[in-house]
Design a protein around this ligand. Structure first.
Ligand SMILES: C[S@@+](CC[C@H](N)C(=O)[O-])C[C@H]1O[C@@H](n2cnc3c(N)ncnc32)[C@H](O)[C@@H]1O
Length: 351
């Protein structure tokens, strides 16, 4: 049995697409690289996958869409794996048109359940001679010619700004295709921010787990300042390259203080914080999946100082309360609306 995702298997069975210099955009399984006939460029926007790609030393690796070190027109074939967000497909296709030489083969591969039919329409808009060349393992493969290569590609051209106001304090939040809640403040995040205004955290060294575009950290510091307090420091971490880029941009524009880490969960994170705040992830792909957040709850206590606080917002139907009680300490529901609950748990003091 193969351990590769369907999209990766389907690429391998179309071996003619892997001739010459090849770039793979959106790799999700590092094993694919070992099964390719020769090394090329591999891009992923997932920090955990990027970490495991590091062992493929003969490949050029790229974390997300930062174009530093990339050369225009240097690939014969560019394979685009369909991303979850439609807007991100345009970004990935633009990167493909930049990396492919004049006349290069450009390819999109995606699963039907992930919406490859819609992705194919976008592909044909960008690459008018695009055609379906294979359909297998619940996937479609579309290929066309790079007739209009792009001479430049810069992620900053895609950056957009959204003003976000909560409890009377406004911050500008950076957005990029594929970033969570781009262009608006998520309702769960809003409930969390209102609650942070209502019941401030005690410590001023804070970690924002799964920080997305950095809205929580930037707002929290601005809010504290507006009430005459020290802004403190809010470090952030996220697994997605665009989120990390946005969080850095949001912090820079707001003058916010804190490190932004590109990490898959808490693995590889050192340090202790007086408080951890989070609107954690609960989706992977098309299904609801809470395993990532459950794992986070099991691990987070080791990053809290004794008596430190976790403040977490989640859909009320998600089963976190018992876990918070078990792995962190006494839990309170601070506020609840029709959809979301904000929980607070203090780390048990050692006896
Ligand atoms: C619900 S969003 C919250 C984003 C932001 N804090 C906000 O409130 O707008 C969850 C975030 O979790 C990130 N994420 C998903 N899996 C992750 C993982 N394994 N490690 C770290 N972050 C992850 C996603 O990229 C996304 O930005």
């Amino acid at each position: 049995m193969s351990s590769l995702p369907n999209t990766h298997e389907v690429l391998l069975r179309n071996s003619q697409l892997l001739e010459g210099r090849v770039a793979l955009l959106g790799v999700s399984a590092p094993e694919l690289l070992q099964r390719c006939p020769s090394a090329g460029l591999a891009m992923t926007e997932h920090a955990g996958v990027y970490q495991s790609l590091m062992s493929c030393t003969d490949w050029q690796l790229c974390f997300g869409y930062e174009s530093e070190g990339l050369q225009a027109g240097s690939f014969d074939s560019v394979i685009v794996f369909l991303p979850k967000a439609r807007a991100e497909l345009d970004l990935r296709l633009a990167m493909a048109q930049f990396l492919g030489r004049q006349g290069a083969c450009l390819v999109v591969i995606g699963e039907k359940k992930e919406g490859v039919a819609g992705g194919a329409k976008q592909f044909v808009q960008a690459i008018p001679d695009g055609l379906k060349i294979d359909s297998a393992r619940h996937c479609q493969v579309w290929a066309g010619t790079n007739r209009q290569p792009k001479a430049t590609f810069s992620l900053t051209e895609y950056l957009e700004w959204t003003p976000v106001t909560c409890a009377g304090v406004e911050v500008a939040v950076a957005g990029l295709p594929g970033v969570f809640s781009e262009g608006e403040l998520d309702d769960g995040t809003r409930l969390l921010l209102d609650n942070l205004a209502d019941k401030p955290l005690s410590g001023d060294k804070v970690l924002d787990f799964a920080c997305g575009a950095g809205v929580i950290g930037a707002w929290l510091q601005a809010y504290r300042q507006s009430t005459g307090k020290e802004p403190g420091v809010v470090d952030g971490l996220d697994v997605q390259a665009q989120a990390v880029a946005c969080a850095k941009a949001t912090y820079q524009r707001a003058g916010a203080r804190g490190q932004i880490y590109a990490l898959d969960g808490l693995a590889g994170l050192d340090g202790h914080w007086q408080a951890v705040v989070t609107n954690p992830p609960f989706h992977t792909g098309v299904r609801t999946d809470t395993s990532m957040t459950e794992h986070f709850i099991r691990q987070v206590a080791r990053h809290l100082v004794p008596g430190g606080e976790l403040r977490l917002v989640a859909n009320s139907f998600l089963p976190y309360e018992a876990l918070l009680q078990q792995f962190i300490g006494p839990v309170q529901k601070l506020v609840q609306d029709k959809r979301f609950t904000v929980y607070r748990a203090f780390q048990r003091l050692p006896r």
